[in-house]
Write a protein that binds this ligand. Sequence first.
Ligand code: DQQ
Length: 580
Amino acid sequence: MELPRNLNWALPVFFLLSSLVSNGVLVESSHKVYIHLQNEGAVNVQTVHRTGYHFQPPMHWINDPNGPMYFNGHYHLFYQYNPKGAVWGNIIWAHSVSKDLINWIPLKPAIVWSKPFDQYGAWSGSATILPGNKPVILYTGIIDPYKTQVQNYAIPANYSDPYLEEWIKPDDNPLIVAPIGVNKTLFRDPSTAWMGQDGHWRIILGGVRKHRGMAYLYRSRDFKKWIKAKHPLHSVAGDGNFECPDFYPVQVTGENGLDSSANGPNVKYVFKASFDKTRFEYYSIGTWSHVDDKYVPDPGMVETWKGLRYDYGNFYASKSFFDHGKNRRIVWGWANESDTPEDDMTKGWAGIQLIPRKVWLDPNGKQLLQWPVEELNTLRTNHTQLRNQQLAKGVWNKVSGITAAQADVEVVFSFPSLDKAEKYEPCWNDLYAEDVCAIKGGLSEGGLGPFGLATLASKADGEFTPVSFTIFKDDKGYKVLFCSDARRSSTRKMEPKLYRPSFGGWVDVDLSQKKISLRTLIDHSVVEAFAAGGKTVISSRVYPEHAIYDKAELYAFNNGTEIITVENLDAWSMKRPQMN
Ligand code: DQQ
């Protein structure tokens, strides 16, 4: 394997990281240059918080999923990887293949930096399958120590190799360089291409112009010569740099996905950007105007950091692809660690990909729905269940018979009435749901909720990550707050550098049946929770001290005065798939 050169990344100009304050804690939830650590290979790979069924390589740092695709019976996942250490740096494209999105075979890296057009890094990008079943990768190459970014392509050396193991970076790269007037150090992450009715390919690239997040639009007839459109596909004032922009069609009705070039009357579009400033993403739903080649968000879509998110927790740099094998669109997202870089060095690894999710338009047309790919269910074993268990205030009902540190839990909660819902405070409109969770989340006491699951729990030690619902009422109706609260996830002393927020999101759900459902994927240091059939999703990374291996417990709990019934709870231990 050709390894990247050892570089001096310590240029002060370079920061992919931004810091923000959440629940009073300084957040450094993303990758940053640790010059002294990036070439320190793992001495040991600590297993205690390693995931059992989430995607990760045997050691070292990973970030963004890149170029996911389905080709001739195999799923391919490339990802940003540091082959030399457990912090961000030396980034190449690692590569794994799978027949089912769950069991993964590692291959040699697909793109390592070697040529003048990528000699300082191979950053994120996407795959497109061209007519004739010919995959092509577009990725960002870093060409100098100042992080100048260009867009390159790579093609398989042998199209009949089912694993597509060898990739060629032709010498006519780069295909795209930043034009005058565009910041060439913030010009990256080419999307999957789609074809317009004029027969021209289109891609978008992320960037920023005077604090305006930009999705630059490029067009090409032959996939080689790319011309920048006069206007971006989309841009939003004040959003700051867009990373990893994604743009794809969804059907107005039904769960099937669409090829990126699909079009027609029954089609809406999704635009997603990852926010460099805050390290989370938002998406909106709208139309693609063919006349002026622009994306137009539907009325009411919020286009700032308070917009809709795939995931209101630890989830970034996501990428979607159309799985034509099963006619579905799938989205992958990266979950970083939320402990310190020193902890990552000690662990010898950092970062996972969350479970790939099928994504489709909610019948209400106002948001997306997401659900773990059905193949995940093949890992279920040791089923246990609860039926019609009442939870009075303060009751914690233990779910026994499964490995609670590595589990999949589906539950439906019901309540006799909505009368005990507490008042929604209008001042919360100015807060993120996460901040409301800090006040009213799973650790507090209320009326109708909080109720939910206490995951990765060691009750005797006061250690647990509650995933909960609390229902409020205002003049117009009811509001459902969904929280995943990491503040008591570990008894380890809270240091300022540790990121343990009470993540939160609102759930736009019909409560007329007085029921709400929850699915939670628990995996040692991951709690990935899907509320109300995938309307709102939150993923947390947590590092319990006591609730590890077979000491981890799981409870259904209620901290509200209204009695909650666990109508059905089905839980499974999860087997370990082949993981790289
Ligand atoms: N990560 C990549 C960039 C991208 C960022 C570098 C998002 O291409 O913008 O590792 O996490």
